[in-house]
Design a protein around this ligand. Structure first.
Ligand code: RFL
Ligand code: PHB
Length: 393
């Protein structure tokens, strides 16, 4: 029988960051991951980090490459009706965002955990959590076909939306809130210079498009697509044509195209489970909530959960005070619901939901209002760069 203080299920950014921060505070953890290590490091997902996330990565001592390689962005642009309007994030809020891929964050965390001799079990199959309301919960899993047991004080469910932890909670102990959107995002990565130095979010009668990047030489672009669309339906040529059509003409004409090195489709969803805690199990990151990617909030919310949970665990182990653990769910949910609202709203004004031209006119009016009002732009900017933590967190 193995033992640890905190059993962490899932080696995505939430699980790895939590184990690294706990380690730096002298708290032992074991991370159990279903996939291989290559799988986690290979996924192209988030690209934008708020200051809260950057600060936490620095606190976790994985900030060195991030600070060296990130692109600092002081603004974003909203494109609509042949206009391209810059939202001056820095001027409106004093804050900025960092462009640094989730793939890189994950690699940095994996390296740090390996260097510190952290216990990470990849290819842990059939993970199952038991005794959640007892003093010492048990995690069972299989490795190389052999049954294994891990006894712990706490379990952190960092196993993403499709993970086992949330699904293990007793019926009736939680409530789910969900909205499914009638479209997805098709994303491609290509080694071509980005069309602009800052991100462009574009509302177009044909559907939403986003111009993002990973570096000065590597672009990340997205177009809104149908839920039934398959990657095979979108050869590179079709993607580039569609992207260019959805941007103001002079920007579309300036897009440098090239072969894609990754292409994937993601459905869009809003989801929250309440509460985030059951007994000694704490849900963290995508296991607890999903936002549509429009607001770039998913990874940032995950980092915010980890910040609250790790501080509460440190307080518990240092002083025996469980107040932080007791407040974990409520503290996180306040931030989560604000990010849910922002992501839902930004999605709703940027995407094509219907073929009704009335709906599009209403969106264009909202964007026109937004870009003419300092108050409205400030509201967008302060949500985009990330809201401050409430005073007691
Ligand atoms: P993850 O990354 O899903 O990791 C969960 C891990 O748990 C493992 N797992 C299990 N392990 C053991 N046993 C089981 N039964 C298990 N079940 C699952 C999985 O294999 C996996 O390794 O969740 P985590 O750590 O909470 O991290 C969350 C972020 O990955 C996510 O919020 C972001 O990627 C969302 N997101 C964005 N967030 C941002 O902050 N900014 C962005 O710009 C941004 N862009 C995006 C995004 C997500 C996207 N997709 C694909 C959904 C763009 C896209 C297209
Ligand atoms: C990305 O670069 O992958 C990205 C950027 C901004 C978003 C979503 C995704 O809102």
């Amino acid at each position: 029988m193995q033992k640890t203080q905190v059993a962490i299920i899932g080696a995505g950014p939430s699980g790895l960051l939590l184990s690294q921060l706990l380690h730096l505070s002298g708290i032992d953890s074991v991370v159990l991951e279903r996939q291989t290590s290559d799988h986690g490091a290979g996924r192209i997902r988030a690209g934008i980090l708020e200051k809260v996330a950057v600060d936490l990565l620095i606190e976790a001592k994985v900030g060195e490459r991030l600070l060296h390689e990130r692109l600092v962005h002081d603004g974003i642009a909203l494109a609509f009706a042949e206009r391209n309007v810059r939202i001056d994030l820095k001027g409106l809020t004093g804050d900025e965002v960092s462009v640094y891929g989730q793939t890189e964050v994950t690699k940095d965390l994996m390296d740090a955990r390996a260097a510190a001799g952290g216990r990470l079990v990849y290819e842990a199959a059939d993970v199952c959590v038991e005794g959640l309301d007892s003093a010492h919960p048990l995690v069972r899993y299989r490795r190389d076909g052999k049954a294994q047991e891990l006894r712990c004080d706490f379990i952190a469910g960092c196993d993403g939306y499709h993970g086992v932890c949330r699904q293990s909670l007793p019926a009736g102990s939680t409530r789910n809130f969900e909205r499914i959107y009638p479209f997805g995002w098709l994303g491609i990565l290509a080694d071509v210079p980005p069309v602009a130095s800052e991100l462009i979010y574009s509302n177009h009668a044909r559907g939403f498009a986003l111009c993002s990047m990973r570096s000065a030489k590597r672009s990340r672009y997205y177009v809104q697509c149908g839920l039934a669309d398959k990657v095979e339906d979108w050869p590179d040529l079709r993607f580039w044509d569609e992207l260019r059509m959805r941007l103001p003409r002079e920007i579309g004409d300036a897009v440098t195209t090239g072969p894609s090195i990754e292409k994937s489709i993601a459905p869009l969803r809003s989801f929250v489970v309440e509460p985030l805690r059951f007994g000694r199990l704490f849900l963290c990151g995508d296991a607890a909530h999903i936002v549509p990617p429009t607001g770039a909030k998913g990874l940032n919310l995950a980092a915010a959960d980890v910040r609250v949970l790790y501080r509460a665990l440190v307080e518990h182990y240092r002083t025996g005070n469980a107040a932080g653990l007791d407040r974990y769910s409520d503290r996180c949910l306040r931030r989560i619901w604000k990010a849910e609202r922002f992501s839902w709203w930004f999605t709703s004004i940027m995407h094509k939901f219907t073929d009704d031209p009335f709906d599009h006119r209403i969106q264009l009016a909202e964007l026109d209002y937004l870009c003419g009002s300092r108050a409205a732009m400030t509201s967008l900017a302060e949500n985009y760069v990330g809201l401050p933590f409430e005073p007691d967190t």
